[in-house]
Write a protein that binds this ligand. Structure first.
Ligand SMILES: *Cc1c(COP(=O)(O)O)cnc(C)c1O
Length: 361
């Protein structure tokens, strides 16, 4: 086998045991003589997979009956449209924190639908910093507050969430979904594209509170209305069966690894190893993000020159470490270290970083 340590930002590394299980049962699922992707989405076999994925997400996040889990096609990007279309009627306004590439996109779409009030914009810090949640001047009558919990490109992550009273937080958790415990009671809606921490691309996972469902307008086309998906348990139309099947296996893997408690400890450990490697060679590597908001999922760092960054990425790839190039919009290096990245992967990276700094510093 020739697998590498894959530091890509998304799609990204998945647990090897899950990939192997998918391979083993792909052609003939549980002796039914066909693949899971060839079966009716109304079959008993698929129904079990579908609800297993939903129920594991409920169990892992400790959701009560006040929340529904939905699977919706179109990725997280589709949610940028659906959220304002459902929750931002004429006359209402929402609050937005603009903290990087992804929240800018969500903001742009929401602005086309209704009134958006920016309560934080990180542009003066090149989107490399986050505010103290207590410092935000929030509108108590806002329809919702939108937050991107982890900015995948900038490498910044909210460590706590503002107290918003009765205003629900709507949160894009695409790149830190299922990586830590979150104060669920603050959220009216959480959404995540699966391809960072939960499975392959092709489905968005949505966790929605019942009072939000009640706010969805009646005069709306079916697929775009959250109520439609909730009423049919995300089986209104043919759901993205293959990604959901893989989400069910990845969620089982999270459970087998100690649930959110075990998984978040691993995230602490992984990220400490990489940030420590940066600090240990601080005359060579530099993390542009202040400590208080450094992401535990996407570690961004710079080398003394762009030429050295290029060399670093090339030599790392010769040593079976891939995907370390920063996003084209910001340059530099980025190590995405999602749930499925083994500790051995970040140790290998940290060791390589030390050697590379010694040779080239
Ligand atoms: C990747 C990502 C998205 C976009 O997800 P798609 O599924 O490609 O639409 C949105 N938000 C964040 C934070 C992301 O990391």
């Amino acid at each position: 086998m020739n697998r590498i340590f894959n530091f890509n930002a998304g799609p990204s590394t998945l647990p090897l045991s899950v990939l192997e299980k998918v391979r083993d049962e792909f052609v003939d699922y549980q002796g039914k003589g066909m693949s899971i992707v060839e079966m009716s989405h109304r079959s008993a076999e698929y129904d079990e997979v579908h609800h297993k994925a939903m129920n594991l997400i409920r169990e892992l996040y400790g959701l009560d009956d006040n929340y529904k889990v939905l699977f919706i096609g179109g990725g997280a990007t589709m949610q940028f449209s659906m959220i304002p279309m459902n929750f931002l009627p004429a006359g209402a306004s929402c609050d937005f924190t603009v903290t990087g590439t992804w929240s800018k996109k969500a903001f742009a779409d929401a602005s086309k639908v209704g009134k958006v009030n920016v309560v934080f914009d990180g542009k003066d810090d090149d989107y490399l910093n986050l505010p103290d949640p207590k410092s935000l001047k929030l509108d108590p009558s806002a329809a919702y507050l939108h937050i991107t919990s982890n900015e995948t490109i900038g490498g910044i992550q909210w460590q706590s969430f503002p107290d918003t009273g009765s205003v629900p937080i709507v949160c894009d958790m695409s790149s830190d979904f299922m990586s830590r415990k979150v104060p669920m009671e603050k959220f009216g809606l959480i959404y995540a594209g699966a391809q960072k921490n939960a499975g392959p691309a092709g489905v968005a996972i949505v966790i929605i509170r019942n009072d939000m469902l009640e706010r969805c307008p009646e005069n709306m086309t079916a697929y775009l209305n959250y109520k439609t998906h909730a009423a049919k348990d995300s089986l209104y139309n043919t759901p993205p069966v293959f990604p959901i099947y893989m989400v069910s296996l990845v969620m089982q893997w999270v459970k087998d690894n100690g649930g959110l408690e075990g998984i978040s400890k691993l995230a602490d450990e992984r990220s400490s190893i990489v940030y420590d490697a940066i600090e240990a060679n601080s005359d060579f590597y530099r993390c542009p993000v202040p400590e208080h908001c450094r992401s535990k999922m996407n570690v961004v760092f710079r080398l003394p020159s762009e030429d050295l960054e290029k060399k670093f990425i090339e030599e790392a790839s010769e040593q079976k470490m891939g995907g370390l190039k920063g996003h084209r919009s910001v340059g530099g290096c980025r190590a995405s270290i999602y749930n499925a990245m083994p500790i051995e992967g970040v140790k290998t990276l940290a060791e390589f970083m030390g050697e590379f700094a010694k040779k080239n510093g």
